[in-house]
Unconditional design. Structure first.
Length: 58
């Protein structure tokens, strides 16, 4: 994901760790937090609130 050449098209900022922590992002965690927040994702202490209700598993 770090080498994603099209971050505006391929929303890799939505990829998070399996425990709900936001993890890293090529443009920094602050940017990732902002993008997720604009999408309505609530985060507390670096973890997504109600993660099990929001996650998508393949």
């Amino acid at each position: 994901m770090k080498k994603n050449p099209f971050p505006a098209i391929v929303p890799c900022h939505r990829v998070v760790q399996s425990n709900g922590e936001i993890g890293g992002y090529a443009y920094g965690k602050k940017v990732k937090l902002h993008m997720l927040s604009k999408e309505g994702i609530k985060i507390q202490n670096g973890k997504i609130i109600d993660f099990n209700k929001k996650k998508f598993s393949f």
